[in-house]
Structure formats: structure tokens, C-alpha cells
Design a protein around this ligand. Sequence first.
Ligand code: IMP
Length: 198
Amino acid sequence: MRIVLASSNKGKIKEIKSFLKGWEVLSFDELIKPFEVEENGKSFKENALLKARAIYNALPKKEIVLSDDSGISLPILNNEPGIYSARYAKIGANDKENLAKLIRVLKEKNIEKTPAFYTAAIGIVSPFGEFSVHGWMHGVAIDEALGDKGFGYDPMFIPEGFNLTLGQMEEDEKIEISHRTKALKLAKILLSTFKGSK
Ligand code: IMP
């Protein structure tokens, strides 16, 4: 059985495909006309399952659908941007605008450095049922952008145990410790239990 990703984001697809080696993985827009799913859940888990369920119901036959919802949270800001990470500056904002807004908010509050964490929720909707798993990466957020690697909020995030921001670290170093990798490891275990699926 194959895995259909509820995403058209090329970066995510590449990362998930390389992680799920041995499985046939494709994006939902290779099977049906792409459409937007409103992410109006109250948690990463709810949003991940919303996306996966919408694609599952739209596919012509029952398949394993996997989605990912992620973001960065700062306890000092009541865990903002959290589930609003992708639209923190405004609806439709790009990564640069969202990063600039979070830096501006920290500067306005005179916060140079503060604990922060990334969350990734993976939702799986399948003929075997609905499941979700999570992964986290803890560290600190700083009030400036350093480095141009990674994406999103990476230039302002220093992972626990490191001196560099994710924007300054190599991609493979980030993948080893990332929230998405941790969640994908659990998702892989779950997928391997689906009877007759491989
Ligand atoms: P999603 O595509 O709706 O899950 O939105 C995820 C948003 O969270 C992205 O727009 C990024 O801003 C942020 N984000 C999630 N994971 C990462 C990461 O690994 N690095 C940097 N930003 C991330």
C-alpha cells in the first residue's frame, strides 16, 4: 500500500519521502485536483488530522494519508505563534515576514533570548483508523536572524546543546535533531504495524 501526503510543499515532500524509504510515497495533487483545507483546529494535532481527513475523503479510493502540521512556540508569549506560525505576520505571509514579526515582537519587549520549542504533529488517516504522533525540539529564540540555511524561524532558533542557530547549521545536522524527524520516527513505527500494508 502506498502513502499519500496531504501536502504540496516540495520541501516537506522531499524530507518525508527520504525518511520513508521503502514505501511508495506521493503527493495528493498527483492524484486529485489540489484544494485548500481550512486549518481551523485548536492544536497542531487537530490541524494535522483535519488536513489528512479532508484528503482521505476526497481520494477516489481508500489510501493511507499522512499530513504534517508544525510551528514554533515561545512560552513567554503564551506559546505564540504556535499553530499560527505560518500566518503570524498576516494571512498568506511568507517565511521572511513571519520571522521579521517574531523578531520585532521580541525587540519591542526587550527580550534578547528566551526559551522556545518547535512542534511537529503528524496525522494519519487510513483504512486502519486515525492516528497522530508528535515530535518536539527545544532551544532558545533570539532577537536577531543569524545564518541563511533552513527555513521559517530557523535563523532565530538555537537548539538545546548548540551555540549556533538552525540558520547556521548544516541541513543534515538539523534533520538529526528536528521535531519533524522525531515525529516521523514514530509515524514509521505506526505505519509498519498496518497489516498487509507493505
Ligand atoms: P504548516 O506548513 O502549516 O505546518 O506551517 C509550518 C510553519 O511553521 C512554517 O511556515 C514555518 O514558519 C514554521 N516551521 C515549522 N517547522 C519549522 C522548521 O523546522 N524550521 C523553521 N520553521 C518551521
